[in-house]
Design a protein around this ligand. Structure first.
Ligand SMILES: O=C(O)CCC(=O)C(=O)O
Length: 284
């Protein structure tokens, strides 16, 4: 398994970036034009299966699994975190000053019961610190992090517990402030269920309302969520690494994982910091 950089074949063109960013701004989510490369998908699936088997062996009562901070568990997840199109779109959102906010995988088997516990299924919500602790700007939450869903198994059959979203909801406060009185039927016109093919990559705004019902099929749903935030935000599911933990990684990987540095450089980059992220800028 390698941590080498992705081949340029999945790199987004400037035209694609413009179109994806416009859709993201309008709808709060967008499906990337290319599927994950086969070799990357195979490596990530192999890691999910191996780690899930270990978890289930340790506790045979385990059914579905949500593994936080998976980037620390296998190099395949770091390769995914470094997926070039995601880093290009995140660069468009935040410039060079962003890093990994979270990485988790979900391995969701057929479930008899809907526990709405974010493992067997996820209830309607928008991400972020609760309750509504991200600042609202002009009545909406700004973009504080950009999240990518990598769907690694077939969901086209429609019963696998696909990600659901309310289109355009990122411009509203979470669930329009309705809390327990929220009813998705009221938003039927903008309801989207992403019953996608294996390898599909979806980007979404952290304020987007989303949910996932239980998996009712015999096909285990396996996917990874990765999000990136500005470097002045602390990651949600991990501590920053020590020098020892990131020894041997590339300058880009070190930056994305949050290499140790003096306090001010989390806010003000030096020239080298900007240069090492320059691969993700728009093409000249
Ligand atoms: O279960 C899912 O796929 C949705 C995950 C989710 O809601 C989240 O990560 O915030």
């Amino acid at each position: 398994m390698s941590t080498s950089l992705e081949a340029t074949s999945t790199r987004l063109t400037n035209i694609e970036r413009d179109s994806l960013n416009a859709q993201l701004e309008r709808d709060g989510y967008v499906i990337l034009p290319q599927k994950l490369p086969d070799d990357l998908m195979a490596d990530v699936l192999e890691a999910i299966d191996r780690i899930s088997a270990q978890i289930r062996a340790a506790d045979p009562a385990t059914t579905s699994i949500k593994q936080q901070n998976c980037v620390d568990l296998d190099p395949a997840f770091l390769r995914l975190v470094m997926y070039e199109p995601a880093l290009q779109l995140t660069y468009d959102a935040f410039g060079a000053m962003f890093h990994l906010n979270q990485s988790n995988f979900v391995s969701r088997v057929k479930e008899a019961e809907d526990l709405s516990n974010f493992v067997t299924s996820s209830p309607w919500h928008a991400d972020g610190p609760r309750p509504n602790l991200f600042p609202a700007v002009n009545g909406a939450m700004g973009l504080h992090y950009l999240k990518f869903g990598y769907f690694l198994t077939d969901l086209t059959h429609g019963t696998g517990g696909s990600l659901q979203i309310v289109r355009g909801s990122h411009t509203h406060l979470e669930l329009d402030g309705k809390g327990k009185n929220f009813n998705i039927e009221d938003y039927a016109d903008d309801f989207v269920q992403i019953d996608c093919e294996a390898g599909t990559v979806v980007a979404f705004h952290q304020a987007q309302w989303h949910a996932a019902p239980p998996n009712l099929s015999d096909i285990e749903r396996k996917n990874v969520y990765v999000s990136y935030c500005p470097t002045w935000m602390r990651p949600v599911d991990r501590e920053f690494p020590t020098e020892e933990q990131i020894a041997g990684l590339t300058p880009e990987e070190r930056w994305i994982l949050g290499e140790p540095r003096p306090a001010q450089r989390w806010w003000i980059p030096n020239k080298d910091d900007l240069n090492r992220m320059s691969r993700f800028k728009r093409d000249e």
